[in-house]
Design a protein around this ligand. Structure first.
Ligand code: BGC
Length: 911
């Protein structure tokens, strides 16, 4: 069964998967023709923007664009310009100076899919001691690894709104990666952001608001990197849906183009990446699809212009797996690392970097300086997280087998080299499991709680019955999957309780505590008779049984995942926002039948429509438990029984229908052009920005969530710390990047060493013959010779440092007025003045009703009061001016709201 297919997403045949040998972790379709390198100069094939010309998509491109295409931005800025990376760059320069041409190339290129133990492995620079780097998914655990926690998914983390906890989860995740010998974790994910509520991978990220997404991403990155592991901010950018995300995966030669306007790019999609860079992220993964009709991994405007100039990114850009679609063009556009090293197709031994990059440098197509910068960025990132002094530098697990002894080069069919590939190193501890549980319970959102039905008592004595209380758990989602939690490859099926979405962002559950088990453990068996019907279709006898209950808990779910796998007609993206497997009907049936009140519990990858049951009088409580990971049941019981407060808040809006999310919110399920064109016409107006602008009443708004206690807000103050001024300070001079004295290139050093045993399809940096170094004029992209001026919005990590100066200080006193201790999330929203006119272009600047800009979660004992202090920076108080290419702070009054959700605002003030 293919997990990473090339042409069509696969239907997963459950029967086949269940019978699969547990030792086969991953197999792949091999579409290669087994040819030797044909010596064609593949690098010359695909200059920037050529995709649309080759595919006939030119027409589409003409029609489809909104705010313009992707202008050229050259040359690629060199790293080494900021002081926080200065030491690492100095060390990196010394190391790279010792590298030969092929060694430099080797560190930029993966060895090919499944050629080594990790999902991606770079070549080493042997003579300098620079190791092969192990790159491994992913955002919620260590993929394809044993003895590692499956933490709650990003969407659950976002729902906690707890910065410290986000950091702790990052630390625990990074620690596991280090112990397994992973150098580069392929997470956190912060794109997709959820423009399409049914988008297949939204759950890997933290929610549908750039600030929430950015805070969670930055904390996760700091946590991961504190453990000596490089984090990867992915997927840059605009990878909002799975259909047509990748060329050849959906029956089309090219991937779709996300056509994003410059303002939405800055204010929504790139914001979390900017904050990740500010947090010091080592790597950024460019995404599969095109942005404004240029592939994201060869889009010079995005990589050179935005990431490396404007946002001052000092680390390296790696491609998503086969997202690279050209050689020289990508290198010039700012791509630094080719992953997994294969070229246009999986495992055909024909790289776009590797030997081809060596050739391209030798024939002058790629300047040596560009290669030096690529290598330096990678080596500097390694120093930056202290990997030069790390004990565990070799991976001790194999992605391709669970056996102790296995192949070192599993994907190389002509290699039989074996050894101990799995050492089963334990990474999970009581402490990491505690973090997993805490994230799961703090990420559980209580949406409805009438008659204070929750929290429950263990003995249910408040019912005053003279017999045992009868409680039932109904629904497949309440129990385990028959074949165990890992029985489908990459979790691509929805069986039993749902604790993760599917795809590369899923990991192997070390265990999965299902809801029934945990409830069973919690209820007092002497006082409560707990039964279960762990399926979604009820027989007459079961219906009768439900009628006899004093309390019913009904569970339902909705699943989605990455588009290379499909389940039950869900090709990555969901087909709608409904509960799956008849979940809504089940909830309605139980509501109609149950002899007592009903608690509806939902596990989901994203928003589901709850209209059919949310108002039913018998449904007293609704709990959204998101994707809780291995501790699912325990965390749910923690909330249901009130062992903790209900403290999750919605990381997206729950609307009343998909249509409510706006005209452009549905996924594009059928291609509209040869290169499908997805125009982000809604601009800034996704999720609550759309609902607020249209005056739509959502079922539950962004930021919403009930607590078991009540909070009072008082004495709020909004203090101006700095005067307003429209523009950030002028860009300051930066450090000078490493300057290499380039010795003349000697093609002889680039030849395969004598007697070297080559594995077929393995990616090497060497070339076979010097005759292939032909100096022919290279068709550089249009605009290549025009040097770009540095952006005035740049000058530091994440942007111009003056953007991050605090302009406003907010204080508010919050008191716990209830009878229990609890946790409150204080949220700060900003409303920009309505009649802003851009001073340069004279155009009216349309502003969202309000946008989240800060938040803080606090713990409060009964009666306790805390003063919460929060700040707003210049960037928080500015809009992106397309005309001025900078962040502009409007002159007129800005309103600042403090509240409990995007619609429950308690205080307003102005700046
Ligand atoms: C995904 C990435 C992932 C990579 C490696 C790709 O299919 O889009 O998120 O990191 O595979 O597994």
């Amino acid at each position: 069964m293919a997990a990473q297919t090339v042409y069509q997403p696969l239907e997963v045949d459950d029967a086949e998967v269940a019978g699969e040998s547990p030792n086969v972790k991953y197999t792949y379709n091999d579409f290669s023709d087994d040819e030797e390198d044909d010596g064609k100069l593949r690098l010359l094939e695909a200059p920037e923007n050529s995709a649309r010309q080759r595919s006939g998509g030119y027409f589409a491109y003409k029609q489809g664009l909104i705010d313009g295409q992707s202008p050229p931005w050259y040359p690629s800025p060199n790293g080494g310009t900021v002081s926080t990376w200065a030491d690492s760059y100095a060390k990196a320069q010394k190391l790279v100076e010792q590298m030969t041409l092929v060694e430099k190339v080797n560190v930029t290129t993966g060895t090919g899919w499944a050629m080594d133990l990790c999902v991606g492995t770079t070549g080493r620079a042997g003579n300098t001691g620079f190791p092969a780097l192990c790159l491994q998914d992913g955002p919620l655990g260590i993929r394809f690894a044993d003895h590692a926690d499956s933490f709650p998914a990003g969407i659950t983390v976002g729902s906690t709104w707890n910065r410290e906890l986000m950091r702790k989860r990052g630390e625990a995740h990074g620690r596991a990666a280090r112990l397994k010998g992973v150098h580069v974790l392929l997470g956190p994910a912060m794109g997709p952001i959820g423009r399409n509520p049914a988008g297949g991978r939204n759950w890997e990220g933290f929610g549908s608001d750039p600030v929430l997404q950015a805070v969670a991403a930055a904390e996760t990155i700091k946590g991961i990197q504190s453990q000596g592991v490089q984090a990867t901010a992915k997927h840059f950018v605009g990878n909002e849906q799975e259909h047509f995300r990748k060329s050849f995966e959906w029956g089309l030669p090219e991937a779709l183009s996300s056509n994003i306007g410059d303002r939405a790019l800055h204010e929504i999609y790139a914001w979390p990446f900017a904050e990740s860079i500010r947090a010091g992220v080592a790597s950024i993964m460019c995404s599969y699809q095109m942005v404004n009709n240029s592939y994201a991994c060869q889009n010079s405007w995005l990589l050179n212009g935005m990431l490396k100039d404007e946002l001052g990114f000092q680390g390296y850009v790696q491609s998503d797996w086969l997202a690279q679609r050209s050689g020289v063009a990508s290198a010039l556009a700012g791509l630094d690392m080719s992953m997994p090293g294969d070229g246009l197709f999986w495992q055909d031994g024909k790289p776009l970097f590797g030997s081809q990059l060596t050739l391209a440098v030798l024939n002058g197509s790629v300047p040596v300086q560009r290669l030096n910068d690529m290598a330096t960025r990678i080596v500097a990132a390694w120093y930056q997280v202290g990997q030069d002094s790390r004990e565990q530098n070799e991976p001790n697990f194999s992605s391709w087998t669970n056996e102790t002894v296995g192949k070192w080069h599993d994907g190389a069919d002509d290699s039989d080299d074996t050894g101990v590939v799995n050492q089963y190193v334990e990474t999970s501890t009581a402490e990491t499991r505690k973090v997993a549980r805490q994230v799961a319970h703090e990420g559980t959102v209580l949406l409805k709680n009438e008659d204070a039905l929750l929290p429950l008592n263990y003995h249910m004595r408040e019912l005053n019955l003279e017999r045992k209380a009868k409680v039932i758990v109904v629904g497949e989602d309440g129990g385990p999957a028959e074949g165990g939690p890992n029985h489908c490859a990459d979790r691509a099926c929805n069986d039993g309780t749902l604790a993760s979405g599917w795809g590369s962002g899923a990991s192997e559950f070390p265990y999965l505590v299902d809801p029934f088990v945990a409830l069973h453990k919690s209820f007092d068996a002497g006082a409560v008779e707990l039964s279960r019907i762990l399926k979604n279709k009820l027989s007459a006898a079961e219906k009768q049984m439900i009628k006899e209950q004093d309390l019913c808990l009904v569970l339902a779910n909705a699943d989605a995942g990455e588009g290379y796998l499909a389940w039950n007609g869900v090709y990555g993206d969901r087909n709608d926002l409904e509960l799956q497997k008849g979940g809504a009907n089940l909830i309605k049936d139980v509501a109609a039948l149950c002899g007592g009140p009903v608690i509806a519990i939902v596990h989901s990858v994203g928003p589901v429509i709850m209209e059919e049951f949310a108002d039913l009088p018998n449904i007293k409580s609704i709990v959204l438990a998101n994707l809780p990971g291995q501790e699912s049941g325990n965390a749910l019981a923690d909330v249901l029984f009130g062992r903790v407060d209900a403290s999750g808040r919605l990381p997206y809006t729950i609307g009343r229908s998909l249509a409510d999310y706006g005209q452009t919110a549905p996924v594009l399920y059928y291609p509209n052009h040869i290169v499908p064109q997805v125009d982000f016409k809604e601009g800034l107006y996704i999720d609550y920005r759309h609902f607020d602008k249209q005056g739509l009443d959502p079922r539950y708004e962004f930021g919403y969530g009930l607590s078991y206690t009540t909070f009072e807000y008082s004495n709020s103050t909004i203090e101006s710390l700095k005067a307003k001024s429209p523009l950030p300070a002028p860009r300051l001079p930066e450090l000078t990047p490493p300057d290499y004295k380039n010795a003349p290139l000697d093609p002889e050093t680039a030849m395969f060493p004598d007697g070297f045993r080559r594995l077929r399809k393995y990616i090497y940096p060497w070339i076979t013959s010097a005759e292939r170094i032909r100096k022919v004029p290279y068709p550089y992209p249009l605009g290549y010779d025009t040097k770009r001026e540095p952006s005035q919005a740049g000058g530091g990590e994440g942007g111009n440092p003056s953007l991050f100066e605090n302009h406003v200080k907010i204080t508010v006193r919050v008191t716990n007025k209830g009878a229990r201790k609890g946790q409150e999330v204080v949220q700060v929203y900003v409303s920009f003045p309505e009649n802003v006119t851009d001073p340069v272009s004279g155009e009216h600047i349309d502003m969202p009703v309000r946008v989240l800009r800060n938040f803080e979660k606090i713990d409060l004992r009964t009666g306790e009061t805390k003063t919460v202090e929060m700040f707003l920076t210049r960037k928080d108080l500015s809009y992106w001016s397309v005309a001025q290419q900078n962040w502009i702070m409007p002159d007129d009054e800005i309103t600042i709201h403090i509240g409990r959700s995007s619609r429950d605002l308690r205080y307003d003030g102005t700046y």
